[in-house]
Design a protein around this ligand. Structure first.
Ligand SMILES: N[C@@H](CCC(=O)N[C@@H](CS)C(=O)NCC(=O)O)C(=O)O
Length: 210
């Protein structure tokens, strides 16, 4: 398996899961500005959406979209003995993981973070999205005040996706928009060895591409 990823982009969530579960997935960096691989290969001919993450299976099949890629990686982890990143289908915990994956993908990632970090987004749109972000982060904060992780006692794929969003807010200086109540959750996520490795790797790559 290979993961096409870009430093500090949302593919961070899949990269994090790969390190969490110790999966033997080759990491292939992509320059999103040039839409190129290190080799100079045109990324859009490989992945027509031109976005990351993309998971390439050993038979050449490509899978795109964070929610789908994260679930595929969690199934691979389970097949290799690391269950729990994606609870059994049909359980309450599984419903909740899908609920939070969807919330982070649509409400936080695309509705808020996308305009905030889009270079050509008009300033009033960025300000509006930042304001909205505060409300979305308050929803998350209420949830993690009730239990250690988004879907209960275990770190799941939904937490991996949220870890990326919070990391981006922190690293970029956007911060948590004054939202209280994320501190304990965020401290325990950042203390995970895989998170530290993932961030160090991607920050290094980000600086080298800049
Ligand atoms: N709907 C996609 C969105 C993925 C996405 O927005 N990826 C960004 C990086 S965070 C990207 O590749 N941006 C480059 C582009 O859209 O051209 C998903 O959920 O995976």
């Amino acid at each position: 398996m290979q993961l096409y990823y870009a430093p500090l982009a949302c593919s961070f969530a899949s990269h994090l899961l790969i390190r969490e579960a110790g999966l033997p997935v080759k990491l292939v960096p992509v320059s999103l500005t040039r839409k190129q691989l290190d080799t100079g290969a045109d990324y859009v001919t490989i992945a027509p959406k031109g976005q990351v993450p993309v998971l390439c299976f050993d038979d050449g099949r490509l899978l795109t979209e964070n929610a789908a890629v994260l679930q595929a990686l969690a199934r691979e982890a389970a097949a290799r003995g690391s269950a729990g990143y994606l609870p059994e289908p049909g359980t309450v915990a599984s419903d909740e993981v899908l609920e939070w994956l969807s919330f982070i993908g649509t409400e936080i990632h695309k509705q808020c973070l996308y305009p905030v970090f889009q270079r050509d987004a008009p300033e009033p749109v960025k300000a509006w999205a930042l304001d909205l972000l505060g409300g979305k982060l308050r929803t998350v904060a209420r949830r993690v005040a009730e239990q250690p992780f988004l879907a209960g006692d275990r770190f799941t794929v939904a937490d991996a996706y949220l870890a990326w969003a919070l990391m981006l807010c922190e690293q970029s200086g956007v911060g948590f928009q004054g939202v209280e109540g994320l501190h304990a959750y965020w401290t325990q996520v950042k203390a995970r060895p895989a998170f530290g490795e993932c961030l160090a790797h991607e920050a290094r790559l980000y600086r080298s591409l800049a």
